[in-house]
Design a protein around this ligand. Structure first.
Ligand SMILES: [Zn+2]
Length: 231
């Protein structure tokens, strides 16, 4: 059955009389483009203010206890305003999420992504930054004002500083440009500087790594920096 068939299934509609999103098909039934479409559709529903059911029924939970097959791995900020499940109306077992302030990828994050790709066969990895990101703002202040931060906050934002240095030569808002530059750097890292575990599925077209930017005000997720083969 195709994706459209699954999404529009009458049985499925009966299961969800209140409307809202259907459970996503398992990752093995989706190519990267279809996985990205599911996110776009979910964000459209979120923007329309439709009830986006969090797919947390007891039956769904029992089904998932047998195994997970999330259709996307998601790297984003810990910021309380950017929870991916809510922005895309997705529920249990659908998104494999790595979050930290500033959405950077260290060894722990990279291993987590590799697990999603290699073991769970997730076809899509999204790296998302957002408007008014405090971690990226702190990194801009290091660059522009030589600011320092207590505890482990300084070392945590260090990987963002090269993105700020890059963004400094661009026209426009330094913070916004730094957020996008930080996303592009992490996307590039996942495309180029990693193990065959990540590279091979990308070369075969079985895996996409894409960037995204979330606007706090509009609720819109702008996907950018798609792989060339995505057209
Ligand atoms: Zn943030």
């Amino acid at each position: 059955m195709g994706l459209a068939g699954l999404a529009g299934s009458a049985n499925a509609a009966q299961e969800r009389p209140g409307g809202g999103m259907m459970p996503a098909p398992p990752a093995s039934e989706l190519n990267p483009s279809q996985a990205l479409d599911l996110l776009r559709q979910g964000n459209d529903a979120f923007l329309r203010g439709e009830q986006t059911s969090v797919l947390t029924s007891a039956q769904r939970r029992l089904d998932l206890a047998l195994g997970q097959s999330p259709f996307a791995a998601y790297v984003t900020c810990s910021d309380s305003r950017v929870p991916p499940e809510l922005l895309f109306g997705r529920g249990l077992g659908e998104l494999f999420i790595i979050r930290n302030a500033g959405n950077t990828v260290d060894t722990v994050a990279l291993g987590s992504i590799e697990y999603a790709v290699a073991v769970l066969k997730t076809p899509l990895v999204v790296v998302m930054g957002h408007e008014s990101c405090g971690a990226v703002k702190a990194a801009t202040e290091v660059v522009t004002d030589n600011a320092t931060f207590p505890g482990s906050i300084g070392p945590m934002i260090e990987p963002i500083i090269p993105a700020v240095l890059q963004a400094r030569s661009e026209n426009g808002d330094l913070l916004d440009n730094s957020v996008r530059a930080n996303v592009r750097r992490v996307v590039k890292q996942l495309r180029e500087q990693t193990d065959p575990i990540m590279l091979e599925p990308q070369q075969k077209g079985d895996l996409w790594v894409v960037g995204a930017y979330y606007s706090l005000e509009t609720g819109e997720v702008d996907f950018f920096d798609l792989p060339e083969r995505a057209g």
